[in-house]
Design a protein around this ligand. Structure first.
Ligand code: F6P
Length: 530
């Protein structure tokens, strides 16, 4: 066990004891002062933690845990631009992308000037597409964008453009291609005209297999349909930290929007990776998204521990996962426009905090990130909520709902909101069926948070996403792990290379296990060569 293990703190021992005597949530719901302590508003977002299965008295132990794990001091290191991503020797500066100045003025100037320079270039590109100055190689206006990128180079932009579709320009179609499965690319290309399409290749590393293959297939598609090598400059742009590789793809410097090694992929939607956002919903809305995130940064940097929303979220998550045995976090979005939020947060939380060694490389002796999953309500109520209400495992849930309906069917929206609240209530209170009818009983006692956006606009969405980012940071600080690397995903990437070789060539691959070898044989004999 390493020195900064949370399990070595006094607070951990106290919390473990408290968890044994945790009163039923129904009792806690009536604690006086719960609303004031557990409901916080940030911009147009209200974070309601009052249905968390925690007594107000136990919050003190959680705050103590944050103190003992020096969460505030670690936050200050993050915001000062220190190299806190030790395994990659990098600073973590996504906050700078939304105009939040670094608290260390010696680093501040260079970074904010660079960020602003790229932002202005991105807005100039967007305006050129919008006003017709940027045209395809035959002189036609661009009216279609295909964004190619995966993981952090995809999920954020698509989440935002889906969520804010009501702010979207209808003179520009937008398609996302992430998967190496060609069905996605084929679908996008089937709806695209090579004379009027702009491909955006977003890849921080510019080495990611899926993006490389998709970009190269898109390039061939363009060239096979009348496109010329010279015309590539009018139809392809890239967002990357690997300018040399993007240049080798055949792109002139003007078509390359840089990002930096201090932006983690899953924290990069605020960088030029957000180009499709600005193209689809306009620069003003994009700027409002950044402003929302900046508001969350300011709150995170300055609010005291008791009122700091991301810190509170992380502390309550620790309580649920490490002390109450919650094995999963259900992300239940009561708004169809947010249907990609669980996917986005899966990457953000699980790729960040799914770790089993601490900052010193020592194995941890406690559980880290729970499985995050979810979907939209009310659909989920007719699918997996049965398990949530009567299954055997502990879990926690985050509900996200939107106050304003943005459509004219108020009745639908009121029912939608009523259902979200009913589900949260059922999870908290459960139901005691009469004797002989245990099949109807619902245990309750499950923690849930309700996050309400007054309306689903760019500013509120910026607040929401940045709050989750900071929660992830605080959670890692408590667990003493590095939230900013993802070495675990490398193994599978490396193993795919010899398997691809065996699948497509004749050479025997001695490195493969017998089970994989047998499957490859089957595919080669029965499927691939049919
Ligand atoms: O899945 C691993 C990962 O490295 C993510 O962290 C990242 O967002 C994604 O791949 C895409 O990487 P890139 O932007 O370098 O193509």
């Amino acid at each position: 066990m390493s020195q900064s293990s949370p399990t070595a703190t006094e607070a951990w021992a106290q919390l473990a004891q408290a968890a044994q005597q945790n009163p039923p949530l129904t009792e806690l719901l009536t604690e006086p002062g719960r609303d004031a302590r557990l409901c916080h508003t940030l911009g147009q977002c209200r974070f309601d933690f009052s249905k968390q299965h925690v007594a107000l008295a136990q919050l003190e132990h959680l705050y103590q845990l944050a103190d003992e794990q020096a969460v505030a001091a670690k936050r200050d290191q993050l915001l000062a631009g220190e190299k806190i991503n030790r395994s990659e020797d990098r600073a973590v500066l996504h906050t700078a992308l939304r105009g939040t100045p670094l608290s260390d003025p010696t680093r501040n100037q260079d970074i904010s000037a660079a960020v602003d320079g790229v932002l202005q270039r991105m807005y100039a590109l967007v305006k050129a597409v919008q006003n017709g100055d940027w045209r395809g190689h035959t002189g036609k206006r661009i009216n279609n964008v295909v964004h190619i990128g995966i993981g952090g180079s995809h999920l954020g932009p698509q989440l935002v453009t889906d969520a804010l579709a009501q702010h979207a320009r209808n003179d520009l179609s937008l398609h996302y291609v992430a998967n190496i499965d060609a069905f996605e690319l084929e679908q996008a290309l089937a709806r695209s005209n090579p004379e009027t399409t702009l491909f955006v290749i977003a890849s921080k590393s510019f080495t990611t297999l899926e993006t490389q293959i998709n970009a190269s297939s898109a390039r061939s598609w363009f060239l096979e349909r009348g496109g010329t090598l010279a015309g590539i400059a009018q139809h392809f742009v890239a967002v990357t930290n690997n300018i040399e590789a993007a240049a080798r793809f055949g792109l002139p410097e003007d078509n390359l929007l840089p990002m930096w090694d201090w932006v983690g992929g899953r924290f990069s939607l605020w960088s030029a990776v957000g180009l499709p956002i600005a193209l689809k919903i306009g620069c003003d809305n994009h700027a409002a998204l950044l402003a929302g995130a900046k508001l969350a940064d300011e709150h995170f940097a300055s609010a005291d521990l008791r009122n700091n929303v991301p810190m509170l979220m992380a502390l309550l998550a620790t309580w649920n996962y490490n002390f109450l045995g919650a094995t999963s976090l259900a992300l239940l979005c009561y708004d169809e426009r947010l249907k990609l939020l669980p996917n986005f947060l899966q990457q953000l939380e699980m790729e960040s905090n799914g770790k089993s060694v601490d900052l010193h490389g020592q194995p941890v002796d406690y559980h880290t990130m729970a499985v995050l999953w979810g979907g939209t309500g009310t659909n989920g109520q007719h699918a997996y909520h049965q398990l949530l209400h009567q299954g055997t495992r502990a879990y926690a849930a985050d509900f996200v709902m939107v106050g304003h309906d943005d459509h004219r069917r108020r009745e639908h929206h009121n029912w939608l909101s009523a259902n979200a609240m009913a589900q949260s209530q059922a999870m908290a209170q459960g139901f005691q069926a009469p004797e002989g009818e245990t099949h109807r009983s619902v245990a309750g006692n499950h923690s849930s948070t309700i996050i309400t956006l007054d309306e689903l606009g760019p500013h509120a969405l910026g607040v929401l996403l940045a709050v989750y980012e900071h929660k992830v940071f605080c959670q890692a600080a408590i667990w003493n792990i590095n939230a900013f690397d993802q070495w675990g995903v490398e193994l599978g990437k490396n193993l795919a290379v010899p398997i691809y070789g065996a699948l497509t060539g004749d050479a025997e691959q001695t490195s493969l296990d017998p089970s994989t070898t047998a499957l490859i044989k089957h595919l080669k004999k029965n499927v691939n060569r049919r």
